[in-house]
Design a protein around this ligand. Sequence first.
Ligand SMILES: NC(=O)c1ccc[n+]([C@@H]2O[C@H](COP(=O)([O-])OP(=O)(O)OC[C@H]3O[C@@H](n4cnc5c(N)ncnc54)[C@H](OP(=O)(O)O)[C@@H]3O)[C@@H](O)[C@H]2O)c1
Length: 212
Amino acid sequence: MIGSTVARLAVNAGYDVVLSNSRSPDTLQELVAQLGPQARAATADEAAEAGEIVLVSVPLKAYPALSNTPVTGKVVMDTGNYYPERDGVISELDTKTLTDSEYLERYLPGARVVKVFNNIFFKHLLHLARPVGAADRSFLPIAGDDDSAKREVVEFLDSIGYGAVDAGPLAEGWRQQPGTPVYGPPYGTFANEQGTPAGADVIRSALEAATR
Ligand SMILES: NC(=O)c1ccc[n+]([C@@H]2O[C@H](COP(=O)([O-])OP(=O)(O)OC[C@H]3O[C@@H](n4cnc5c(N)ncnc54)[C@H](OP(=O)(O)O)[C@@H]3O)[C@@H](O)[C@H]2O)c1
């Protein structure tokens, strides 16, 4: 859902995209055909190797099975959310010792992880993209420890149709995790797939209103 939506927005913005899943590239052929010649399917190892910016968009329970191909030094965008009923109990997330993205970081040594896209329904993400300068542009919170990685993500978001609000380091990523004010509501209800635009001030206020 989220991975293919980001792929679609990226292709629309002129990027070349390499998609992978847990099965095989063959199972992604229909999606690749829809996305057109800028997209191709590969194994997770090949995708990790090929990506200048890597998107990890899998359930947290799949982290131990992620590709072992090193992504050291690469920008990794993390869409993940911890849902114990889906992912199983992860004690450090239950006790809030780690944020969801700090947990991913453990599986990707040396990656420059940026938390992004985790707080928006994939259909809203598709429909709310707007060009630079549009009055109804929506903004997404981002969290990360590496300022240059965040700048690359801001540039990427800008090109695919979104502004960004800096939510701080990965340790502050809890402000955009499930159950917080910025997680879902600013972009409207599930019933309206077109979504409701959410500007920078709305996102900033929602981040500030989060309590742990
Ligand atoms: N859905 C949303 O609107 C939304 C919005 C924001 C954030 N999120 C979060 O983003 C994450 C992904 O959610 P989703 O809804 O996009 O899930 P999804 O549609 O179920 O997609 C998950 C993808 O991960 C792949 N995958 C699983 N294990 C893998 C592995 N070891 N290596 C490579 N690929 C693997 C799956 O491939 P196979 O099908 O081959 O197993 C599948 O393509 C979750 O943490 C979710 O909470 C979701």
